[in-house]
Design a protein. Structure first.
Length: 172
């Protein structure tokens, strides 16, 4: 089911599909800006150690190479390294086609991170609902009707914070 349909199924609004789609896109852009995209990651890390550690867990490695002092790249085979710690680190193996005790000077890695798309979609919907319901007033009343709004900024920050990977160190 499309995200816009899921949103419309959870809140009644006068906003049309184009406005809702813009709201969804804006929230998704904010999430990507804050936590990075879940697209392929292409980065360089300093080597000279046995383990490389990543902030985005690895689902699969597309390519990994050690960059030598003269900028030549030695492309490694899958038997030269091992993904460890639920995708958080990659260990350099002393066995394999290009056996070595530790990573070379610089490591160039391209990988697909583990996806948290379903969690991102749920947070996107909740943030859109919060944005639709927000009216800028902390309290309002009319006759017997009284309403106290939630603290918008705190609730928004708490929802975004749910995507943060707690308890993990961020190195890459």
């Amino acid at each position: 089911m499309a995200l816009i349909d899921r949103l419309k199924g959870r809140i009644e609004t006068d906003l049309d599909d184009a406005e809702l789609d813009n709201m969804i896109s804006s929230v998704q852009d904010e999430i990507d800006q804050r936590y990075g995209s879940i697209a392929s990651v292409d980065l360089h890390q300093t080597g000279y150690r046995r383990f490389l550690v990543f902030s985005k867990p690895i689902e699969s490695i597309t390519s990994i190479a050690e960059v030598e002092a003269d900028d030549t790249e030695i492309v490694l085979s899958a038997n030269d390294y091992r993904i460890r710690d639920d995708g958080r680190s990659v260990e350099r193996l002393q066995t394999g086609d290009n056996a070595r005790e530790e990573w070379g000077r610089l490591v160039h890695i391209v990988y697909a991170p583990q996806s948290n798309q379903s969690q991102r979609d749920e947070i996107t919907i909740k943030l859109c609902i919060l944005d639709i319901q927000y009216n800028g007033l902390s309290n309002e009343s009319a006759g017997d009707y009284r309403m106290t709004s939630k603290q918008y900024k705190k609730e928004r920050a708490a929802l975004l914070d749910e995507l943060r990977d707690k308890g993990r160190l961020n190195f890459a």
